[in-house]
Unconditional design. Structure first.
Length: 496
């Protein structure tokens, strides 16, 4: 049975059509981006073209590149395009793995359709949920970060054995992701490990390492020129302090008198302790010059955080595990505050501050959050129904971990080494990246629902790569041995 080349991609075309439609409606309904607490800092760094003192400035560089167009509508459209491209990468990686595992055979048309259908299904959690669409619409770095990191993973997985230019591409993209969010920094180790497992040569691994180091080093030099410090951000210890505030007990830590000011307090039980010590009037930084951006606050925060971890390692581990597991809850809870988690949805009304207005004017465009009817009604109705529970992410991760186990049985025998080799060469990198994106914030800052969404594409890729069996090399029949008399006659004839 002959199938037209484009027909197997019809399932993905349907998913892609819905994804593009809802994003187009979102741009019509909300012509400007959704603002978050970090948004003014990003926009200010873009307007002044300087490193952000609190976080890396990869995202403000993108905003700066779009600044000449003076259009916030273009900004959100570009971010939605980045979200769609993330789904396309998921589809491409899983479809290629399926085609390699199930080569087309006469009389088996399902081999043509199965890779496309499975890959299209695994793009649904990336392209369809309303929270993914809302995150792309925010003046935030998360959707760009996820795309850059997934592109780095794709570069490593694109060939069975990565060549040097793919290694260099993976290194550059990982560096760009790191300069967008610091959570990408430790993931270069996972990229290099995956390249080694896939038997990339020394040249490819070296190219990846050098291509990663050069952009990061360049940013450090830029940051030093602005602030006199070789760092990705001035407040590098402040967020870790916020993490330890969730369990720190000064009766156990016994800090020295100067450090006692950092002992966490919380007057509002609705707010998590990690959030409270950072941003509320209870924050000890209110009594320290420079607030969270000052050198003294950063120094005291780092000293207290490491003292808390050393004194209460079990409590620290418990908090990290607890907050990591929050990502897999069926329904979202009001965490870390009763209002923060609601900011990751499209609003019914409009909100606009004087600071936002001044920054938008400096950027050159109308950045006021506007709700345009009747398009907003379509988006809000979509948001009420098209939501992915966190439990689905847990199922994806478990499937990505165990999906290779059925491939252990081959030719009537169990070969446990076979699924292990298959999983480590394919699913290990995206699966480890997905888990790391959940654990790193829980270990270094605090749980937040916007940290969950970038982990979804990697979990989908990991499951797709794990489910498709590794392609077996074709059997080559052994040459038939000639009888001794025939062989002797052949030799005599050749010798004349």
């Amino acid at each position: 049975m002959r199938v037209r080349p484009l027909l197997p991609h019809l399932p993905f075309a349907g998913v892609l059509a819905v994804a593009v439609w809802i994003r187009a409606v979102a741009v019509l309904a909300y012509p400007a981006p959704l603002w978050f607490g970090d948004s003014p800092g990003y926009l200010e760094a873009a307007v002044e073209f300087r490193p952000d003192p609190t976080r890396p400035s990869g995202y403000p560089i993108l905003l700066w590149l779009l600044k000449p167009f003076h259009s916030f509508g273009l900004m959100v459209s570009v971010q939605h395009a980045v979200g769609v491209l993330t789904g396309v990468l998921v589809y491409a990686l899983v479809w290629r793995a399926g085609r390699a595992a199930l080569p087309v055979a006469d009389g088996k048309p399902w081999r043509v359709w199965l890779p496309g259908a499975a890959a299209a299904l695994l793009t649904v959690p990336v392209l369809i949920p309303a929270h993914q669409v809302a995150l792309e619409h925010m003046l935030m770095s998360d959707s760009l970060f996820a795309f850059l990191l997934l592109a780095a993973v794709a570069a490593v997985l694109w060939r069975r054995r990565p060549v040097w230019w793919l290694g260099a591409l993976a290194g550059v993209l990982t560096a760009c992701a790191t300069l967008t969010r610091t959570a990408g920094l430790p993931l270069i180790a996972l990229v290099l490990l995956a390249m080694l497992v896939r038997r990339a040569g020394r040249t490819a691994c070296a190219a990846a390492a050098v291509a990663f180091v050069l952009p990061v080093a360049g940013y450090l030099v830029w940051f030093h020129a602005e602030y006199g410090q070789y760092k990705l951000a001035k407040a590098d210890q402040v967020f870790l302090y916020g993490r330890t505030a969730a369990f720190a007990d000064c009766r156990v830590i016994r800090p020295r008198p100067e450090l006692a000011i950092m002992c966490p307090k919380r007057s509002d039980p609705r707010i998590s302790r990690s959030f409270s010590v950072m941003w509320t009037p209870d924050s000890p930084f209110r009594r320290i010059p420079g607030w969270v951006y000052g050198e003294e606050g950063n120094r005291l925060a780092g000293e207290f955080a490491w003292a808390a971890i050393k004194a209460q390692p079990a409590d620290y581990a418990e908090v990290v595990v607890r907050d990591t597991l929050r990502a897999f809850a069926w329904q979202r809870q009001p965490y870390p505050t009763p209002w923060t988690w609601l900011q990751y949805e499209f609003p019914e009304g409009e909100a606009w501050s004087d600071r936002q207005a001044r920054l938008a004017e400096r950027y050159g465009g109308d950045g006021e959050t506007r709700v345009v009817r009747p398009w907003a009604g379509v988006v809000l109705a979509y948001q009420d129904h098209m939501v992915m529970p966190g439990t689905i992410l847990g199922v994806l991760l478990l499937g990505g971990l165990a999906g290779a186990v059925p491939h252990a049985r081959s030719n009537g025998r169990w070969r446990l080494a076979r699924p292990v080799r298959h999983w480590t060469a394919g699913a290990l990198l995206p699966w480890g990246t997905s888990l790391a994106l959940l654990v790193i914030p829980a270990a270094t800052a605090d749980f937040d629902y916007r940290y969950v969404m970038p982990a979804v594409p990697f979990a989908c890729v990991a499951l797709g790569l794990a489910l498709f069996p590794p392609r077996r090399p074709p059997r080559v029949p052994a040459p038939r041995e000639e009888s001794r008399p025939a062989a002797r006659a052949k030799i005599e004839a050749e010798s004349g």
